[in-house]
Write a protein that binds this ligand. Structure first.
Ligand code: COA
Length: 330
C-alpha cells in the first residue's frame, strides 16, 4: 500500500458538492512528522479519506504555508489516498491528478479507475470554477450588468497550468494540456500538441501531436504535427501505447502499438495493432506480419510504399535528433 497526504483548498457549488481542489506542492506529503500526526488525529486506518483540517495541525501547517491558513477554513481540507485504490471523491481525484503533474508518480502508476464518474463537469470561467447549472444565472446577471466573463471550457478536467507549473517545460497553448498530464523536464508542447491526464513525456521531447490517456513518450522523441497516439478509453484493445526513446512520429501519422527506441513512422501513416506489414529483412526477404508483432522492437522505419500502397517496415538506420535550440531555453 502506498499512501499520499495532501492539504488543499477547493471550491463547492451551492449544494456543498466539491467542484475542484488545489494542493500546493509543499502541502503534498509535507513531512513524515506531519503525516504521522495527521493519521493519528483523523484516526486513519486504511483506504481513502477526506476531512476538514484538524485544528491541532494548523500551527504545523502554517509554518509551511502561512497565507494558506488565513483563507476560509470551510474549503480547506486534508486528504489521504491509497494509490492502489480507485478514487472515491473529488478531493481524492484532484490529489491524484496533482501527483502526476508534480511528477511525483508516473502515468499508469496510480489507480484512476472510474475517475470520470467521480469528477463533475465544471464551467471553467474567468470568475473561477462554477457548477454549469448555476452558471446560467451568473451569466445572465453578468450580461445585464454589462460585465465581461469568459468560459474557457466545460470539462471534467481543468488545464494543467491553472494548478501546476512544471519546471523546464514550454506549453504554447495551455488549454491543450489537462491537469494530470506528466511533462518531463525539457518538454515542449506546440499549439497543435495535446496531452491528456495520466499521459505524458519522461524527458526532453517535442510534442506537436496528441498524447492520449495512458500513453507515455520516452526521452528524445518527437511527435510531429497532428500525429496521434491511440488511447484505451474507447474502442481498440487494452494494450497501453508507448513511444520509446529517440523516435519520430511523422506529421499526421498515428500509433496503435507500443514502439521501441529509434523508430520512425512516415508522415501520414496510421499503424494500428492489426495493420498487415511487409517486414523487409536485411537480405531483402519479405515476411508478412501484424504490426502488433513489432511492438517494443527497436530501430524500425514504417512507410506506406507510395507505389504499391502496402505498409512496409525496414530497419531504421537514421538517428532522430531533436532540435536542441527548441529545448535548451525551457
Ligand atoms: C519516412 C521518412 C522518414 C523517409 O524519409 P527519408 O529516410 O529521408 O527518405 P528519403 O526521402 O531520403 O527516401 C529514401 C528512399 O526511400 C524511398 N521512399 C521514401 N518514402 C517512401 C515511400 N513512402 N514509398 C516508397 N518509397 C519511399 C525514397 O524514394 C528513397 O529511395 P532511393 O534511395 O531509391 O532514392 C519521411 O518521408 C517522413 O515521413 N518523415 C517525417 C517528417 C515529419 O513529419 N516530421 C514532423 C514535422 S511536424
Amino acid at each position: 500500500m502506498s499512501t499520499w497526504l495532501g492539504v488543499g483548498i477547493g471550491s463547492k457549488n451551492s449544494k456543498g458538492d466539491w467542484l475542484e481542489v488545489y494542493y500546493p506542492r509543499e502541502l503534498i506529503n509535507p513531512s513524515e512528522e506531519i503525516i504521522v500526526k495527521t493519521k493519528e488525529l483523523v484516526n486513519y486506518q486504511e483506504g481513502n479519506l477526506t476531512r476538514p483540517i484538524p485544528q491541532e495541525l494548523k500551527d504545523d501547517l502554517s509554518k509551511i504555508n502561512q497565507e494558506f491558513f488565513s483563507l476560509n477554513a470551510e474549503t480547506c481540507l486534508v486528504v489521504i489516498i491509497d494509490s492502489e485504490l480507485p478514487p472515491h471523491d473529488v478531493p481524492g481525484s484532484y490529489l491524484r491528478l496533482h501527483l502526476l503533474s508534480h511528477r511525483l508518480v508516473k502515468p499508469n502508476e496510480i489507480n484512476l479507475v472510474g475517475i470520470f464518474n467521480v469528477l463533475p463537469t465544471v464551467a471553467w470561467t474567468s470568475d473561477g470554477p462554477k457548477d454549469p447549472k448555476e452558471f446560467v444565472e451568473i451569466l445572465t446577471t453578468k450580461k445585464i450588468n454589462n460585465e465581461p466573463i469568459h468560459v474557457f471550457s466545460l470539462d471534467k478536467f481543468p488545464c494543467l497550468t491553472d494548478y501546476v507549473i512544471p519546471e523546464g517545460v514550454r506549453i504554447a497553448d495551455s488549454h491543450r494540456v489537462r491537469l494530470g498530464a506528466y511533462l518531463g523536464e525539457g518538454t515542449t508542447v506546440m499549439h497543435e500538441g495535446f496531452i491528456n491526464f495520466n499521459a505524458g513525456t519522461l524527458g526532453k521531447s517535442m510534442v506537436e501531436g496528441r498524447i492520449s490517456q495512458g500513453v507515455v513518450v520516452d526521452e528524445g522523441s518527437d511527435l510531429g504535427g497532428s500525429s496521434s497516439t491511440m488511447g484505451t478509453l474507447s474502442g481498440g484493445n487494452e494494450t497501453l501505447i508507448s513511444v520509446g526513446k529517440d523516435c519520430l512520429l511523422g506529421a499526421n501519422s498515428g500509433l496503435g502499438i507500443p514502439l521501441g527506441d529509434r523508430c520512425i513512422i512516415e508522415a501520414g501513416l496510421y499503424i494500428t495493432a492489426g495493420t498487415k506489414v511487409e517486414l523487409i529483412k536485411a537480405n531483402n526477404q519479405v515476411e508478412e506480419v501484424k504490426a502488433s508483432d513489432l511492438s517494443y522492437k527497436n530501430d524500425l522505419l514504417f512507410i506506406r510504399n507510395s507505389l504499391t500502397g502496402t505498409v512496409q517496415c525496414k530497419e531504421n538506420s537514421k538517428t532522430v535528433n531533436l532540435n536542441e535550440e527548441l529545448h535548451s531555453n525551457n
